[in-house]
Design a protein around this ligand. Structure first.
Ligand SMILES: [Zn+2]
Length: 396
């Protein structure tokens, strides 16, 4: 019995697909869904092949063109004796109860594929005798060498030089200011452990930002980092104190895209850890930064705030560089533009990074690069940064 089955398998591999449609599944020894699917795949491939052959065939005149197309159509779709009719008769109708759903689904797909051969369009696709031969979809320029040598005096192809993306440009501008102050640029993984993203930063299990709505989880212990702050801990562990670093990078949150939100955005984080670092150092540095970025005239404003990883924490705003604080569209008539969150590094966070909070203190800030670019370049939709629209990007 086994030997007989083996012979049958060997025989069916020698058969063409057109011979196979004349046989039943039982005769073909096909008894499961994968077997059915592979038969139908063979048939669809055959349909595609025949279509390609017809398209590369030449006809003497439009009438002959029509005749060819009709022949192909009849071969596949004729009610009597067409290949689909045979499939219906020999495969679909006698199929057992278990195989019927698979066969029915495949049959429908095949029908769609063959109707998709679009025989009417095919008529036009068959070239007439005087038309150049196009073989198997290869476009002409690759077929024939140019008849005349190229004119080498013609101007060459122009490749536009491209430009720096506005977000990258903004990021570099910010980096440059801090590099001049002696900071170093650090980076870290975007797929991050919950330990570095949350626990080490003093964000307890109960903190709302750990909720699914804000964080994209890979698994229970792995997330797409929601901020660049994990790199603070990683750098403290790696280098110890003193430490002056700037951390630019992509962050991810479960936000619906709109004009001010994007599930992927860019942050820059700054961290300074040394002996005798005070809030005055933080204020002085960020005030200097704001003046370097927005002009000597701007003033900074610090307001108390809360973050789990800094104590005390603050929000920094800068007087509007467009209206000088009088109120305009850019500052939404308030005279101030919110810049970033900041604060003195929480002693527990220093401890988590392996730094002794009794000896060292530090400050940190975090800002959104995309938002900075929007304010600086007067852009009203964050989505424009990520849509790859040349009309937008060419302006930078
Ligand atoms: Zn303003």
């Amino acid at each position: 019995m086994a030997a007989l089955a083996a012979t049958r398998v060997a025989l069916t591999t020698l058969m063409t697909i057109f011979e196979k449609v004349k046989k039943t599944f039982q005769q073909l020894n096909v008894s499961d869904a994968p077997g059915v699917e592979s038969l139908f795949a063979e048939l669809r491939a055959a349909a595609e092949r025949e279509r390609a052959e017809f398209v590369s065939r030449r006809a003497a005149d439009p009438a002959q063109r029509e005749k060819f197309a009709k022949a192909l159509r009849d071969r596949w779709l004729a009610r009597k004796g067409g290949l689909l009719a045979q499939v219906d008769e020999n495969w679909l109708k006698p199929a057992g109860k278990e195989l019927k759903p698979a066969v029915g689904k495949q049959f429908n797909e095949l029908r769609r594929a063959t109707v998709g051969l679009e025989f009417k369009k095919l008529v036009k696709a068959i070239p007439l005798e005087e038309a150049p031969v196009v073989q198997m979809g290869l476009p002409l320029p690759f077929e024939a060498a140019p008849a005349t040598p190229r004119d080498l005096t013609l101007p060459g192809y122009r490749r536009p030089p491209g430009s720096i993306h506005p977000v990258t440009r903004m990021q570099r501008e910010i980096e440059d200011i801090f590099l001049r102050l002696g900071f170093r640029v650090e980076s870290g993984p975007e797929v991050e452990s919950t330990y570095y993203n949350f626990d080490s930063l003093n964000i307890p299990e109960s903190h709302p930002s750990r909720d699914d709505w804000d964080t994209l989880y890979i698994d229970a212990k792995t997330v797409l980092r929601t901020h660049t702050s994990p790199v603070q801990i990683r750098s403290m562990e790696q280098y110890g104190a003193p430490l002056y670093i700037l951390i630019p990078g992509k962050c991810y949150r479960h936000d619906n895209p709109d004009s001010t939100h994007s599930p992927m955005f860019h942050q820059i984080e700054g961290l300074a850890v040394d002996e005798d670092i005070t809030f005055a150092d933080l204020k002085g540095t960020l005030d200097y930064f704001a003046k370097m970025l927005f002009g000597e005239k701007v003033r900074t404003r610090f307001q108390p705030s809360f973050f789990p990883f800094t104590e005390p924490s603050g929000e920094v705003a800068v007087s509007c560089f467009v209206c000088d604080g009088r109120g305009c569209r850019v500052c939404k008539e308030s005279g101030w533009i919110e810049l970033m969150g900041c604060g003195m590094v929480h002693p527990q966070v220093l401890r988590n990074g392996g730094i002794d909070p009794d000896k060292y203190s530090g400050w940190a800030f975090g800002l959104g690069v995309d938002r900075f670019a929007m304010v600086k370049y007067d852009i009203h939709d964050i989505q424009l940064f990520f849509q790859g629209d040349m009309r937008f990007l060419e302006q930078f």
